[in-house]
Design a binder for this molecule. Sequence first.
Ligand SMILES: [Zn+2]
Length: 464
Amino acid sequence: MNLGGSAFALRCLHCDAVYLPDQVSYYCPNCELDGAFDLVYDYADLGCRFIKSVQSRDTFDMWRYASVLPTSPEFTPHLHTGGSPLYKLHNSGPGRIFIKDDSRNPSGSLKDRASALAVALAAEMGVKTIAAASTGNAAAALACMSAGIGIRCIIFSPTSATREKLAQIRAYGAEVVKVEGGYDEAFAACHAACKEHGWYNRSTGINSYMSEGKKTVAFEICEQMQWHVPDRIFVPVGNGCIVGAIYKGFHELLLMGITNHMPKIMGVQATGSNFMYRAWKAGQGPHAPHAQPSATSASSISVALPRDRIKALRAVEATGGEFIVVNDTQIFQAILDLARSGGVFAEPGAAAAYAGLRQWSTLSSDETAVVLVTGSGLKDIGGLLDSGILDATSKSKPRESSRGEELPSASRAVLNPPIRRHLCAVPRISVTPTALDLDASAGSSSAHFSELAEAPANTHHTML
Ligand SMILES: [Zn+2]
């Protein structure tokens, strides 16, 4: 593709039109809400210097991948974003399971990666006000990053937004515009206001640049695995932006020649918010199913009509993955399983990915799976309390002691996951051209990875 001297071009996935960045804003003028841009770089050129560029940065954060990001480093916010830990889940069952804990970002969710990029882009354009429609995490992330860089932030919030999430948004100093109705009404109000006032719109689904920030989590996972690719990655799906970005990140590594295959992407939805699952099952494209009212307590993945459905469907279909649905009981049980077996406290929408893995449960012995935890459990304490699952478990005795004291069988089923698991940190290993050569001739990535995770004997490494 001829980039005409630009660092990247924008290709619409709906009408296939291609633009240079100075020709359009962040959405396709032909398709507007029905379209979605892919940012396309010169991958052949980038592949030659990507690893060197990554290694030249001392800080383990999202900006170490700046050579494949659409902004200049001088505008990036100072808040440490990305660089989250990857834990190995000790698992007596088949396969290897890793937890990518992206709740460790400044505002407590993966959305910080997109919002950090959004404020950097807005600052680069000289825009003084940035806005978004959101029920929670994206808004908190934008409010946080706006405070970090010192620009005005306006959040269009539906009446369904929880008191707790609004409190976090307001604590960062963002202005909140309450919109009568649900997310769709807030989204439309934000879109109209941004058009009228020239504000920068960070809303998921209209701003195609947001995938670029989120894709850095895929780069990180791969780097933490010494540029090896997991066999499967389980991702919670609401609007579909994160799962689409996971695909983009791994696909770019493939295009640059850093890796040699894609992971199977497993999108996990709540039973009561299952548009993408229905679209995938029907096999008639991302616009075919009718939107149905959403009904799940996992608020961050509660979406009637996913805004990034084109990218979400592509992520699963193009990699041979699957969409999975899990009910709210499974989701809240997954919160306890993750928290009690390793100390990772996920919000319901994030724990859905782990619930999806447990339900799918057909990992083979030579497979490696990564579960993406996208948001902190501290985001939705009210939801956890309202679920009743803590009351149910508090009626039981404390879990098995370190001396192996037996629990009554009824409570053991609730308190202990089927397989006892513990987490350990995976070392981040500095990458050398030698590692790339090994990758190019790789046999079993999981066998190699196991070795790296447990005994990085000959390699300089840093514990995360
Ligand atoms: Zn288009």
